[in-house]
Design a protein around this ligand. Structure first.
Ligand code: ADP
Ligand code: F6P
Length: 475
């Protein structure tokens, strides 16, 4: 049943979005995510295929080629979108893996859909992969795929990368299907995580829940001829050079100046850019800004907060609730502190193109990343990569993967509102020399550890596992 492709990426979403022309003709446009940028050159070189969902319920599109990548769509019924994507992926796993910031829901129907949809992805990957090919499975929506794929195709070399945190065992243990999830992941030869702490949480879960020998980054599987699964961290990154070049373009710089003018030429522009998600600490950020206004430590007109919040998972209850809470809070802050022509907070519930994002980053004196838990947080790295002028200050939550790498940011615990307020004031008043020194160091880090390096190091590690990977016994 082998297919033609030497490298197969399996991700919940395809790398291209369906767009309709003015006459309704559909076409595909490269989706803006970093994963596509990271993998595009490798996929083109290796003759790769990408398996994913097109983002809307119904029949999948016929396989097609776009941006040099062979795309194979997976169809999800409306019920599967509810149960697999909105339900188990984003109502169970997402909150569980993000420190139970909101309570996860455990529903057997959602789990059954998750198993069924993971089987569908695994089957498609098995059909596309050439003999001995490498298959790279992405993220928490597809944790069962490695095992399902190994059962079908023991000749493959299988990697898995988790883009979100892997929780401590004490939290993971809540999951009624914890053993099945671990077994699913252990179908891979290499399981990659954002931070070393995530990899050790996974190893500990294998010991505690599965009674498996798991030490020094390796899990041994006695029932599979002592096959070894390696777990390690590979912090994801961005295309730093591309963002730097974009930010240097005259039209982007002009747009940044125009944004500041349109905001009323305040002395300080503070910026937040997130998916509208409860993990991002948007309410904590708003609360601290509101208190700074109330205390008179910042004045309306002098400082303005721009909060860009991309619509996300809009039918999931906790996201509906968060949107209401954010909108009520923004309304209250502006109602209390704004003056005619001088808003305190600009709240933009939209997605923007890459140019506009770069212009926003350039326009911001202080970037606020206040996640309560975040696998990496690419926005923090994007801000740094855009600041070719070495200006601007990053306020960064300790609870992001990015905090491991961007130690020169102003670090915050977003739960500590007084600490957050002090950090914002410190960022606003930071001497230019100090800000420049910090920004230079962070830029160096992001340039040297970019997304191309991330993809290459994962694939090299997978490749370097030697003959034991890809020759495991059939189960
Ligand atoms: P997450 O993966 O949880 O959404 P990240 O910060 O790691 O968080 O990645 C978010 C990505 O989405 C970044 O590349 C960021 O630039 C992009 N993004 C966030 N908000 C917007 C927006 N309003 N418009 C366009 N892109 C956005
Ligand atoms: O990184 C976490 C993640 O869920 C990715 O898998 C996904 O591409 C992104 O966030 C956006 O989420 P969604 O695909 O649910 O819109």
């Amino acid at each position: 049943m082998a297919g033609d492709y030497d490298l197969v990426v399996v991700a919940n979403r395809l790398p291209v979005d369906r767009v309709e022309g003015p006459d309704g003709t559909p076409s595909w446009r490269r989706s803006p995510g970093g994963l596509v940028t990271a993998l595009e050159p490798v996929m083109q070189r290796e003759d790769g295929a990408w398996i994913g969902w097109a983002g809307t319920p119904g029949e999948p599109p016929e396989p097609f080629d776009a941006e040099g990548v062979h795309c194979v769509g997976i169809g999800l019924s409306a019920e599967e979108v509810e149960d697999y994507y909105e339900g188990f992926s984003n109502g169970t796993l997402w909150p569980l893996y993000h420190d139970v910031i909101v309570a996860p829901n455990y529903h057997r129907r959602w789990w059954e859909a998750y198993v069924r949809v993971n089987e569908r992805f695994a089957q498609a990957a098995a059909e596309q992969a050439a003999r001995g090919a490498t298959v790279w499975v992405q993220d928490y929506q597809l944790q069962l795929v490695p095992r399902m794929l190994r059962r079908r195709r023991p000749d493959l070399r299988i990697g898995f990368f988790n883009h979100i945190p892997f929780p401590p065992f004490e939290i993971f243990a809540q999951l009624p299907w914890r053993g099945a999830i671990l077994d699913g992941l252990l179908g891979a030869d290499l399981v990659g995580f954002q931070r070393p702490a995530d990899a050790s949480n996974f190893l500990r879960a294998c010991r505690r829940a599965m009674a498996l020998p798991a030490r020094r980054g390796v899990v041994r599987l006695p029932d599979e001829g002592d096959r070894q699964v390696r777990a390690a961290s590979f912090p994801i990154s961005i295309d730093a050079v591309a963002l730097d070049e974009l930010a240097r373009r005259p039209e982007v710089q002009e747009r940044a100046q125009e944004i500041r003018r349109d905001l009323g030429d305040p002395q300080y522009v503070l910026l937040g850019v997130d998916r509208l998600d409860y993990t991002k600490g948007i309410l904590h950020r708003l609360k601290s800004f509101e208190e700074l206004l109330a205390d008179g430590r910042v004045q309306v007109g002098e400082a303005v907060l721009v909060q860009v919040a991309t619509p996300s998972r809009e039918r999931v209850d906790q996201y509906v609730q968060l949107r209401q809470d954010v909108e009520v809070t923004v309304g209250r802050i502006n109602g209390t502190y704004a003056e005619i022509g001088k808003a305190a907070v600009h709240y933009l519930h939209h997605s923007y193109g890459r140019e506009e994002m770069a212009a926003l980053f350039l326009a911001a004196d202080v970037m606020l990343v206040t996640s309560l838990r975040d696998g990496m947080n690419l926005v923090a790295k994007e801000y740094v990569a855009s600041r070719y002028d070495e200006k601007g200050v990053l306020v960064l939550s300790e609870f992001t993967g990015a905090a491991d790498e961007l130690g020169q940011a102003v670090m915050v615990n977003p739960h500590d509102i007084d600490g957050l307020k002090d950090a914002v004031i410190r960022a606003l008043h930071m001497p230019a020399r100090e800000a420049g020194r910090r920004m230079r160091a962070m830029r160096r880090r992001v340039r040297e550890h970019d997304v191309q390096r991330w993809a290459a190091s994962f694939l090299e590690a997978l490749d370097g596992l030697g003959d034991q990977a890809g020759t495991a016994i059939d189960l």
